[in-house]
Design a protein around this ligand. Structure first.
Ligand SMILES: Nc1ncnc2c1ncn2[C@@H]1O[C@H](COP(=O)(O)OP(=O)(O)OP(=O)(O)O)[C@@H](O)[C@H]1O
Ligand SMILES: [Mg+2]
Length: 252
């Protein structure tokens, strides 16, 4: 297993946002985390990436215990993520957004950077090259000189994914990656996710939409912080508790 949580819990004041959660992501899989509003999905991402500290439980990534590790450490270890809102530099171009993201991987020391040594300039050129490669990979290369804020909503979200790829992740966490997208943008994004998987990168993704889950090898369903079901998308869709959590209240 690439990622495992054991008994993961997060309490905010009196609210158990995540309760005793065990989930697993195998190498190269696409795994879904679904559940109604407020189920605790984004909190799980914040715990895994070290943005929040768990109240209890353990997180194992790639054989190492990463519980309580800070966000810059989890990024370095190979966990990339996107946020529910786009989280870009709106006045930077698409390419500049990518180059800025690759500073997460600083390979130059202070003196090299200050003196702009040939070594530093070489590393800068390599960074630019890497940024262009990622843009080409996700299909945003034709838009590389556009300001991020001028991209259509869907492509801004894809740029968020591209930025997450800049840390060279083994695991990519995507929080509602296709929310608010047009059908065309969703199709574009699905192609990107499949290409990412083909590179051997595992994906854990949050989605509201049960239909979207067909992309996933496995799905975990959360409700009020608890795992209420897990299995293949087909198994989960038939589950009575899942139907109740998603559709039960509509009849009330
Ligand atoms: N920093 C915080 N402080 C206090 N409560 C929080 C905090 N973050 C989240 N919560 C609460 O924890 C619960 C789970 O929130 P979370 O954002 O993880 O849900 P979610 O499943 O991602 O929901 P959505 O589908 O709306 O994005 C909610 O009741 C939310 O109000
Ligand atoms: Mg959320």
């Amino acid at each position: 297993m690439l990622l495992k949580t054991r008994g993961l819990s997060k309490v905010f004041g009196g609210l158990r946002a995540v309760a005793d959660l065990d989930i697993q992501v195998a190498d190269g899989q696409i795994v879904g985390l679904i559940g109604p509003n407020g189920a605790g999905k984004s909190t799980v991402f914040n715990l895994i990436t070290g943005v929040l500290r768990p109240t209890a439980g353990q997180i194992i990534f790639d054989g190492a215990d990463i519980t309580n590790k800070k966000a810059h450490v989890t990024a370095k270890l190979g966990i990339g993520r996107t946020f529910q809102s786009a989280y870009l530099f709106p006045d930077f171009t698409v390419l500049e957004n990518l180059v800025a993201a690759s500073f997460l991987h600083p390979k130059c020391n202070f003196w090299e950077a200050t003196l702009r040594t040939p070594g530093y300039r070489r590393k800068e050129a390599a960074k630019l090259e890497q940024a262009k490669e990622i843009l080409e990979f996700v299909g945003l290369e034709p838009m590389q000189d556009e300001l991020a804020k001028n991209l259509a909503h869907g492509y801004q979200k894809v740029l968020g994914v591209a930025r997450a790829l800049a840390v060279k992740p083994k695991l990519l966490l995507l929080d509602e990656p296709v929310a608010g997208m047009t059908a065309e943008e969703i199709a574009f994004s699905l192609d990107v996710f499949k290409k990412i998987r083909e590179q051997g990168v595992a994906i854990l993704l949050i989605e509201h939409n049960l239909e979207f889950m067909t992309l996933c090898d496995r799905v975990f369903v959360l409700n009020f912080g608890h795992k209420i079901a897990e299995g293949t998308p087909q198994e989960v869709r038939k589950d009575a508790d899942v139907c109740e959590a998603f559709f039960g209240t509509e009849d009330d």
